[in-house]
Design a protein around this ligand. Sequence first.
Ligand code: ATP
Length: 564
Amino acid sequence: MRYQKLAELYEKLSSTTKRLEKIEILSSFLKELPEEDKDVLYLLLGDIYPEYDEKKIGISNQLAIKAISKATGIPNAKIIQEWKFSGDLGEVSKKLTKNKKQVTLQSHVLTINKVLENLRKLPDLVGKGTIGKKLSLITELLTSATPLEALYLIRTLIGDLRIGLKESTIRESISSAFFNKDKEASKIIQEAIDKTNDISAVFEIAKEGGLKELKKIPLVVGKPIKVMLAQKVSSIKEGFKALGENVGIEYKYDGFRLIIHKKEKEIKLFTRRLENVTLQFPEVVEYIREYVKGDSFILDTEAVGFDKETKEYKPFQEISQRIKRKYNIEKLQKKLPIEIQVFDIIYYNGKSQLKEPFKKRTTLIKKIVKNHPKKIVYAKQIITNNEKKAEEFYKKSLEDNQEGIMMKNLDAVYQPGSRVGHMLKIKPEERDFDLVITGAEYGTGKRSGWLSSFILSCRDKDKFLEIGKVGTGITEKVGSGKVTFEELTRKIKPLTIKEKDRQVTIKPKIVVTITYQEIQKSQNYSSGFALRFPRFTTLRPDRNTKDITTLSEVKIDYGKQKRN
Ligand code: ATP
């Protein structure tokens, strides 16, 4: 097929912003599209390979300008000037090609295959002379291009297609072309896309084999898949209401998602965004080899950072650099160790686990993963229909520096790529108050000698009224960036007004920001309110006690919350 035909399609698609019209246009195109040109579907998304493939075109504006210059004989400076005027290098290329064609009238033979062939050579070029080679591959295409082709070639090269086409529109167009826009068909196509991340393969199977074959598309170990995502609820009660009685609850670990594939000897690690990060985590490859049984499997996990000395979990931000870092890995691995928490299994020894109930998948995980804390473990899970127990577990997760909890229906399947209603997340709302510390209590165990629980107060005119206690969000460890118990103890001691047993009452001087999930009425504190799940965020030396949250602001927020 000629590239011109695709360029005309791009043009038609960008002539409307209406999704239904785009679907109409694209589905007629797909009906006629010969199988040998199926990779046009990658081009429609601005790609040259399936989504999971890491090879991308990646051409800079600068190189594109040079190529236009070489193909048209017009100096760079003139092209840059035109570009400043129109803001679209594609349009510049189109205009200059048109002017040139009137003079030279070259024969035109640009096919889709030729375009893909040249574009696919680009990411493979490395080392000396790369720029020159890239330039000639692009110039070769541009010199044979019609003005319209030049427009879309350049836009494709610089990754700015501007046709307003999303994957979901392609899905609906395939559905409309081959299955009469059947609702069920859209779902099956989407599932096939999520399993394969290969839109061209899905098109081919839809066209040739229909829904029956689409349903049969297998999971391929070693090829990244899109993970299942959670919906959010704001309370445990709401969670139970949505999920029923048969609920497994796990910590929502504050790390990053890591999907682990093993096929015989080969182990690959992928992020949620389908990036291959195997090289960055050599220790994980080793843990999998040593502590997980099975010839082939796909595990869904969360990688969680911990402090190498205290072994306490660390927030994601502190380990995030490990995902991108590709050098000095060994050093970083020692400095920022991670633990793998396995919470789901998608494939095991030749068999997809997608349709198995979650409970069975969890049992399988326990069978094959040999727990080695601070290396690899299966996610701790409680099974309960008791709200109180769930609340306690939630509280514990926050105390353990995690984000909250996940509530999962034990009978549910695994749906790749979907934000499902049978896996729910609950984490504290990011609401915060500035409050003042008016008292504290000495800790026990490893916190003895330090004040470890702090009484917080809001202001009511010139009085301070207690509203809760906080112990979460403060650390024992110096140097983590968070406030330490030691530092707070040091600040508080000179402010002591009264000391009785382990309790101290202090002058209201230290202002802090506290996040919390909810305000409740309470007899326990003089304000008449209590904060649920308060967490220490930061000291506010810049704030005066006059600036802190007032009782009437608390009342307003409580009222708002009730209305919601
Ligand atoms: P968030 O910003 O809340 O993490 P998200 O969009 O990244 O949201 P969601 O699917 O909505 O992801 O929330 C669940 C995320 O929590 C997962 O992507 C995963 O990385 C993480 N997670 C931590 N612990 C678990 C667990 N036990 N089960 C499932 N996911 C978990």
